[in-house]
Design a protein around this ligand. Structure first.
Ligand SMILES: Nc1ncnc2c1ncn2[C@@H]1O[C@H](COP(=O)(O)OP(=O)(O)OP(=O)(O)O)[C@@H](O)[C@H]1O
Length: 329
């Protein structure tokens, strides 16, 4: 049996971005679709942190939302611990939902400002009918303690806390249904740099103590390097490389991965010279034919403008690039 806790197969999400008003003016019936996520497959093993990286608009949040059921998939499947989530409903889905949670980027927006912290943290406990009466407040107190706050904080409101403390509250809330899997969508990017490391270290400690599995979404490669066991690199909704966390930084295989790494100021990646990211991300409504990265790629060959490369195995994962075919030929 596979030890994958989450298995994503050929996941695709289109958005209908047609402009009805323009169609009316031009007296036409034209439909336009934006492909936010295109044929993405990967697995996350129990207890590991799998990170998705990529520039803004590469499809990271769309994947995160599909995984937790906030968005439906256009095509493909998501399976959690062997249970297919796409198309599952009722009691089975309810139990699956208890087992995974999400932490959002903005702790200011994700906590209800009118609720006391204790009620915010207790909400999943009530939703899933896990505890009753005094056991709920005891559990809330324990959770506050676990995330480095005090049981007395349960009486306060979110505005009485700093950004880092609010993210601790969001983490306590996420933990209250005793999940096994947490989707973390840019959990520290709204926080001051000095606070980011504290929250990331808390998340790592919780993972070790509770055996949690994380899908970690970030555009910040230094954060990802700190957190991830394995990394998937997204470009225009397509997964172009998957590799072991360390290996991706020392031996990136896809030219897009190399471009991303070369742009990071302080990572001293493989001793290469820092270069800014070149070119613009193409319009996802009308992506380039062939390999979507070819207009920005320093290694582009005539073939890249016509055919889309298939993934080829690398030392610790895979990458989709015709230049790799030549390397391994
Ligand atoms: N509801 C929607 N309707 C139309 N297009 C959407 C919708 N949600 C996302 N998109 C588009 O899908 C693409 C992927 O967006 P997504 O938010 O997943 O990217 P991202 O990598 O998370 O970016 P960021 O780092 O900026 O959050 C983008 O082109 C975005 O404009």
């Amino acid at each position: 049996m596979s030890d994958a806790l989450l298995k994503i197969d050929h996941l695709t999400r289109y958005f209908d971005v047609s402009k009805p008003w323009l169609n009316r003016v031009l007296e036409r019936e034209e439909k336009q679709y934006l492909t936010a996520v295109a044929d993405v497959s990967f697995e996350i093993k129990r207890g590991e942190t799998f990170a998705l990286v990529g520039e803004s608009g590469s499809g990271k949040s769309t994947i995160a939302k599909m995984v937790v059921g906030l968005l439906g998939a256009s095509e493909g499947t998501i399976a959690f611990d062997g249970h297919r989530m796409t198309g599952t409903a009722g009691a089975e889905m309810r139990e699956l939902r208890r087992r995974f949670q999400m932490i959002f980027q903005d702790p200011f927006a994700s906590l209800n400002p009118r609720w006391r912290v204790g009620d915010i943290i207790a909400e999943p406990i009530h939703t899933f009918g896990l505890l009753k009466g005094a056991d709920v407040s005891n559990r809330v107190g324990e959770l506050l303690d676990t995330v480095g706050l005090s049981a007395k904080d349960a009486e306060k409101f979110p505005h009485e806390f700093s950004g880092g403390q609010r993210q601790r509250i969001a983490i306590a809330r996420a933990l209250s249904s005793k999940p096994e899997f947490i989707v973390c969508d840019e959990p520290t990017s709204a926080l001051d740099v000095s606070v980011q490391a504290q929250i990331l270290n808390l998340m790592k400690d919780l993972q070790d103590e509770m055996g949690l599995t994380y899908l970690f979404i970030s555009h910040d490669l230094s954060v990802v390097r700190h957190m991830a066991n394995r990394i998937g690199v997204l470009y225009l909704g397509r997964l172009v490389e998957v590799a072991d966390g360390k290996r991706l930084f020392t031996d990136p295989q896809h030219p897009y991965t190399r471009m991303l790494l070369d742009a990071v100021p302080d990572l001293a990646l493989s001793g290469r010279r820092r270069k800014p990211v070149e070119g613009e991300i193409p319009n996802p409504i009308n992506p380039p034919p062939g390999c979507a990265f070819h207009p920005r790629c320093p290694l582009a060959m005539p073939r890249c403008k016509v055919d889309a490369p298939l993934a080829v195995a690398t030392a610790t994962g895979y990458a989709a690039c015709f230049a790799l075919d030549q390397k391994t030929a």
